[in-house]
Design a binder for this molecule. Structure first.
Ligand code: MG
Length: 385
């Protein structure tokens, strides 16, 4: 029996994780749940899964939770550091990090410090502080098991081969909702169009990132840190069917790919059950219906976020953190209707241009670069409005 905590249990990945847990009550027991503010859904999850502890990041929502639903028999953690405190409990074996954004960094580091294996869906924390996270995980002998479908594919294809046996990673991308739209059309896209992804149903932040293709840029950085691979070895490949979730080419010329239906429950389940493979009721791929798998090179002119990600991948230091922070601030403003879609890469580029990169950063450098870049992005946006 594996005892797990799910950070971000009310989000898209969190809910899918609970679906997997529901199918294997003899394998997984949820001891902890955390959410930001969706206490209505959280209370239903608490009723069903009976966790020992609950963390709510928004203090007001935590008070509401207690007054509306009570917290009998539950240890409640409230406030900004709630999830980071909860994951320290010694009964936990694994922590599923399913929250989005840079806020996941602190609880992720806390879980690693207390020796918990990590099933990682969040990419922002790794982009910000990849080398620090991987170093600490190695020191604590903690496994980082990827949930992001592309990273899960690479991880499965690598299958413990050392990274020097690897010639290339083909990081696949569906191309997002605007793959076929001409560049000029992007200037006028609405929020609704941005949130309407053709292949995946996801949270808002990652949906915007998929539309700008920053998501693939973040994944490139994520893969560099997770698998200790330089940027030159990673090729982004547009693959509209989203059936091949990534491929690995080895030094002997063999290419291994991982294919599956476009369903996050598959990589979630593997990150939970690893190294075991558990059965799954989902229908498989119908190759007779599928007929074709297409691959194309990405359009760097239409999606400047890809070029920005490659630029910081060459610089490293605090640059990836700044890219991520500026992007996060831009996405927030875009979701509020305060920023045009095509202005997102423009603002990020401006912030990167003002940044003095710090090589070999310690955690404090990362945290201050994050705060600085978000403030810079917001200032530039406010001035242009
Ligand atoms: Mg992905």
């Amino acid at each position: 029996m594996q005892h797990i905590a799910i950070l971000g249990s009310t989000g898209s990945i969190g809910q899918h994780t609970l679906e997997v847990v529901r199918r294997f009550p003899e394998k997984f027991r949820v001891l902890g749940l955390s959410a930001n503010s969706n206490i209505a859904l959280l209370s239903r999850q608490v009723k069903e899964f009976r966790p020992c502890f609950v963390a709510i990041a928004d203090s007001r929502a935590a008070e509401d939770f207690v007054s509306k639903f009570g917290a009998k028999g539950i240890r409640l953690f409230a406030g900004q550091h709630a999830a980071g405190e909860m994951v320290k409990d010694s009964r936990l074996d694994k922590v599923v990090v399913a929250t989005s954004g840079s806020a996941a960094l602190a609880p992720l580091l806390s879980a690693i410090e207390s020796g918990k294996d990590i099933a990682l869906a969040n990419k922002e924390a790794l982009v910000m502080a990849g080398p620090i996270i991987m170093r600490r995980a190695r020191r604590k002998k903690v496994k980082i098991l990827p949930i992001d479908s592309e990273q899960s594919a690479i991880w499965q294809c690598l299958d413990k081969q050392p990274s020097f046996k690897l010639k290339k990673i083909y990081l696949t991308a569906s191309g997002g909702p605007f793959r076929q739209m001409p560049k000029e059309g992007l200037k006028k896209v609405s929020l609704r169009q941005v949130l309407d992804h053709p292949r995946w149903k996801m949270g808002k932040k990652i949906s915007v990132d998929s539309a700008t293709m920053m998501n693939k840029g973040l994944e490139l950085l994520e893969a560099m840190f997770l698998f200790n691979v330089p940027a030159e070895k990673i090729k982004i490949l547009i693959h509209p069917q989203a059936i091949v979730h990534s491929m690995v080419e080895f030094v002997d010329g063999s290419v291994l790919a991982q294919l599956s239906r476009t369903d996050m429950r598959i990589p979630i389940q593997y990150a939970l059950s690893y190294p075991e493979r558990l059965s799954n009721p989902l229908p498989g791929i119908d190759f007779y219906k599928l007929k074709e798998l297409d691959f194309q090179s990405p359009d760097f002119k239409k999606f400047p976020c890809l070029g920005l990600a490659l630029r910081v991948a060459a610089q490293l230091g605090t640059a990836p953190c700044v890219l991520n922070a500026a992007n996060e601030a831009c996405v927030e403003e875009f979701l509020k209707g305060k920023l045009r879609f095509t202005a997102i890469p423009e603002i990020i580029e401006k912030v990167l241009g003002r940044h003095h990169n710090r090589k070999e950063p310690v955690l404090e450098d990362i945290l201050s670069a994050d705060t600085w870049a978000k403030a810079q992005a917001r200032r530039i946006i406010a001035r242009s409005n």
